[in-house]
Every structure is written in C-alpha cells, then in structure tokens.
Design a binder for this molecule. Structure first.
Ligand code: PGA
Length: 253
C-alpha cells in the first residue's frame, strides 16, 4: 500500500525563532489520530535542519531538506550534499521543484544525478514535476510531465523507483492561489501513474505516492485528496501557518 503523505515546503521563509515556534505548534497539533495514517513532513531551510530535527525528536512529524547537490564533496561553495544530509539523518529531500528548475537552471539530466545521489545516501527524494501555464494552454502538459518523469526517473531500477515520492505541481498553481481542480489533478496523477506502469508494471506504479502541490489550503485539501490517485500534498504557503497546515494533514486521513 502506498503511503499518504503531507509535506510542508517552507521555501526561504521564517527566522530561526519563528521556525521553532511553527515546529512546536505543528508537533503539538498533529494529534495521535494522524500517527501511522498520514506521514507528515516539514521541508525546512538548510540552516534549521539540525535544530528542528532535534526539536522534533521522536515525534510523528519528520524533517526534510529542499534540495541537495549533485556532487558528494568538494569545492562547491554554498552547496549541501546528500552525504551531509545523510550524516545528519535527514530522511527526505525535495528535488526538482519548479523554482529550482526556473531560477537555478535545473534540468532533467541534472535531476537524474541528484535523484541518484539522494538514493545512494538513503534519502527519500520528493521529486517534483509540473507544467508552466503556456504548456497547459498549448495542451501539451501531459507530454511535458511524462518527459520530466522519464528524464529523471526512468533510469532507476524498480526497487529504486519504489523509494521515490513524486509531487505533481502545475507551475501555474504554485503560490498563485489558483489550484488545479480535483479533476485536473486526478487526470495528471493518473497520467503519471500510467506512465510509470508502462515502464515498471502496474504493481510497482501502484506503490508510488503521488502528491499534489499548488495552492493547497485547508479549504480545498479534502476534495483534492479524495481523488483516487492523489496520495497527499506538497504544501507551500499554507504550511507556514500551523493551524492551516495541520488541517490539511487531517484532510488526508
Ligand atoms: P504553494 O506552493 O502551496 O504556495 O502553491 C507549493 C510548492 O511550491 O511546493
């Protein structure tokens, strides 16, 4: 059975003090009922990882990073490697977020390497894909998203693929307040799962958690999460408010 997952992507937000408070609040509010049903993850800025991981302790809430380098070690000023994250026992890392693709020039080939590095370090990649508005309007979104998945994941063995979480995030819905409809989300999640099945077979594809991201909030979460191929959410803006984020987690269970 694939896991239900709600991950918060804090992006480049919060002071350390604010981050500590938000973490305490989320920990306190994610009640026992959610434990074992919905995996809850906070993907926080690099400098806060060790502190917040320590703060979370054995809590049901897990921690993740938002990126890692394609290199292991060396003269790459400002970078953080998967091996560093491994040494800190960080379990999750977001890879290929559209903001990384758009502002930092990350492409499918580079992301394939990052995925390999993350897996080699025992991290679970939350691999993001999704189309910009002009591609959606041109009607070629299925083709693009399939290509994104192919370029960065199709070199993996079935065993390795099973360790990946995929997040479908239409770029036009990220931070815009414009969510994909439940029908649009379901359609694309089914396209992704079918594409995985074409390469790895139905049983492998059915085990992969595919999260929806793009203006998920406490109001729309339940409808989105009720879609058969939507296994949870990657939540940006709404993950910065504890009450709202926890309501989204509860909408998944
Ligand atoms: P949003 O961001 O929820 O603010 O749209 C989602 C994301 O970028 O992962």
């Amino acid at each position: 059975m694939r896991e239900k997952i709600v991950a918060g992507n804090w992006k480049m937000n919060k002071t350390l003090e604010e981050a500590r408070i938000l973490t305490t609040e989320v920990m306190g509010m994610v009640a026992d009922e959610v434990k074992g049903k919905v995996k809850t993850i906070l993907c926080v800025p690099f400098p806060y990882l060790a502190i917040l991981k320590n703060q979370l302790g054995n809590s049901a809430v897990k921690i993740g990073a938002q990126n890692c380098s394609e290199h292991d070690w060396g003269a790459y000023t400002g970078e953080v490697s998967s091996l560093m994250l491994k040494s800190m026992e960080i379990p999750y890392v977001i890879l290929g977020h559209s903001e990384r693709r758009q502002y930092f020039g990350e492409n499918g080939k580079l992301l394939a390497t990052k995925v390999d590095k993350a897996l080699a370090a025992n991290l679970t990649p939350i691999f993001c894909c999704g189309e910009p508005l002009e591609i959606r309007e041109a009607g070629t979104h299925e083709k693009l998203v399939k290509l994104q998945v192919e370029e960065s994941l199709f070199h993996l063995t079935a065993e390795a693929l099973k360790k990946i979480v995929i997040a479908y995030e239409p770029v036009w819905a990220i931070g815009t307040g414009k969510t994909a409809s439940a029908q649009q989300a379901q359609e694309m999640h089914a396209v992704i799962r079918k594409h995985l099945a074409s390469k790895y077979g139905d049983s492998v594809a059915s085990e992969i958690s595919i999260l929806y991201g793009g203006s998920v909030n406490a109001k729309n979460a339940q409808e989105l999460f009720s879609c058969p191929d939507v296994d949870g959410g990657l939540v940006g803006g709404a993950s910065l408010k504890s009450r709202e984020f926890v309501d989204i987690v509860k909408a998944m269970k």
